[in-house]
Design a protein around this ligand. Structure first.
Ligand SMILES: Nc1nc2c(ncn2[C@@H]2O[C@H](COP(=O)(O)OP(=O)(O)O)[C@@H](O)[C@H]2O)c(=O)[nH]1
Ligand SMILES: Nc1ncnc2c1ncn2[C@@H]1O[C@H](COP(=O)(O)OP(=O)(O)O)[C@@H](O)[C@H]1O
Length: 227
């Protein structure tokens, strides 16, 4: 029996472009493991680990965490996932990180959410999250069933400190300066697959169709209208 190779995928896009939202749909339909650098950092901050304490000072200023720390943290987590299909979210965010990742494994595809900055800014101020699971809500787009409460656990939702308008501006600047070159890096390797738009629900069917060429849909839902 020929075993298909494991999928090594990355999802990229500016802050608020919908990486977390799309990742949740990819997990549901394609059963891949998801590793989000932001969720991992927030978990470390909440537990007040050494990395968490250091990360907080950068995140609060809308700056990226230094490459060596971030790379060590993520590559270490990836070791535990080497038998699974996986999707990386939020990493790599610099060319140095992408090069370090390349030394460890061969990336198959990079999904780029190309959403304009003006669309993003108002989304982030309405974002609420459930920190323990990484579940993400939006007061207009995907509100929780009960205001301020996670649908699954019933625990309270919080707003991210770095979703303040002034920090969002700094994060978008960091994206332009440090992360856009990563798109070019993957474009040159022929791995970049960009999806442009202003609404996740319109972009998603295209991503779904693209991923179906790589993995079977493992969800029970009607695949004709994938949500
Ligand atoms: N209005 C609107 N909000 C969206 C859409 N897609 C995602 N969101 C919300 O925008 C915010 C940012 O999305 P998220 O997936 O966290 O983006 P990430 O920062 O790239 O991981 C969240 O509050 C989402 O619920 C959309 O199409 N329209
Ligand atoms: N790969 C990374 N390299 C450096 N810093 C990172 C990385 N991933 C996350 N961070 C830090 O964590 C913050 C939150 O990341 P994330 O949750 O992915 O947010 P968003 O996608 O909304 O920008 C970033 O603004 C940055 O400070």
């Amino acid at each position: 029996m020929v075993v298909p190779p494991l999928l090594r995928a990355v999802i990229m896009g500016p802050p608020g472009s919908g990486k977390g939202t799309v990742s949740a749909r990819i997990i549901k339909h394609f059963g891949v493991k998801h590793l989000s650098s932001g969720d991992l950092l927030r978990d470390n901050m909440q537990k007040k680990t050494e990395v968490g304490i250091l990360a907080k000072s950068y995140i609060d200023q809308g700056r990226l965490i230094p490459d060596d720390i971030m790379t060590r943290l993520m590559l270490n987590e990836l070791k535990g996932l080497d038998r699974y299909n996986w999707l990386l979210d939020g990493f790599p965010r610099t060319v140095a990180q992408a090069e370090a990742l390349d030394k460890e494994c061969q990336i198959d595809t990079v999904i780029d959410l190309d959403v304009p900055f003006e669309t993003i800014k108002c989304r982030l101020t309405a974002r609420w999250i459930h920190p323990a699971s990484g579940r993400v809500y939006n007061l207009e787009f995907s509100p929780p069933k009960v205001q301020g409460i996670d649908d699954i656990t019933g625990e309270p939702l919080v707003q991210r400190d770095d979703d303040k308008p002034e920090t969002v501006t700094k994060r978008l600047q960091a994206y332009d300066a440090q992360t856009k070159p990563v798109l070019q890096y993957y474009r040159e390797k022929g791995l970049l697959k960009s999806f442009s738009g202003t609404e996740t629900n319109k972009i998603w069917p295209h991503i779904y169709a693209f991923l179906q060429t790589k993995l079977p849909d493992v969800s029970q839902k009607d695949a004709a209208t994938p949500r």
